[in-house]
Design a protein around this ligand. Structure first.
Ligand code: FES
Ligand code: FES
Length: 168
């Protein structure tokens, strides 16, 4: 079947079996290899992408349900690697083998989009279905806090300066 949708802001049309998982379509049809296959059962989070801004497992999502969807993959999170999470990940040296990390970043960015300053408990709750065999969980949590700070700093830096008299 033909499915038209957006991937990383670009309109794409694929002609594939309707029951093909989105993950296969991204990796094998569109050549976007950053999203990883882990379990294929919606249980590890390696295949996490954004579906209209919300983190979603692409391994169990049939392409037939993606008609008109707006999909973001790790390649589209920030093409130049300057997303606050990518900077924090780099600064804290989060990855070990790296296999799970694209999924971790996509879940974390979905969390920060909804909650600018999550607590440890909120981070654990949002990230608990993203598994990491290398157990980088403490660094992931630290990096999400750092990214929240970096985001807040860049918002402040971009905010209009207050003028004398207190008016913006
Ligand atoms: S590969 Fe999709 S959740 Fe594991
Ligand atoms: S960094 Fe190796 S599985 Fe997470």
């Amino acid at each position: 079947m033909k499915v038209s949708f957006k991937v990383n802001g670009q309109p794409r049309t694929v002609d594939v079996p309707g029951d093909m998982p989105l993950l296969w379509t991204l990796r094998d049809t569109l050549g976007l290899k950053g999203t990883k296959f882990g379990c294929g059962l919606s249980q590890c989070g390696a295949c996490t992408v954004h579906f209209s801004g919300t983190a979603m497992r692409s391994c169990m999502t049939p392409i037939s349900s993606c008609q008109g969807a707006d999909i973001t993959t790790i390649e589209g999170l920030s093409p130049d690697g300057t997303h606050a999470l990518q900077r924090a990940w780099e600064e804290l040296d989060v990855p070990q083998c790296g296999y799970c990390q694209a999924g971790q970043l996509m879940s974390a960015s979905s969390l920060l989009a909804k909650n600018a300053h999550p607590t440890d408990a909120e981070i654990d709750d949002a990230m608990n279905e993203n598994l990491c065999r290398c157990a980088t969980y403490p660094r992931i949590r630290q990096a999400i806090h750092l990214a929240a700070e970096l985001k807040a700093q860049s918002v402040q830096a971009g905010a209009p300066k207050a003028m004398k008299g207190g008016k913006p």
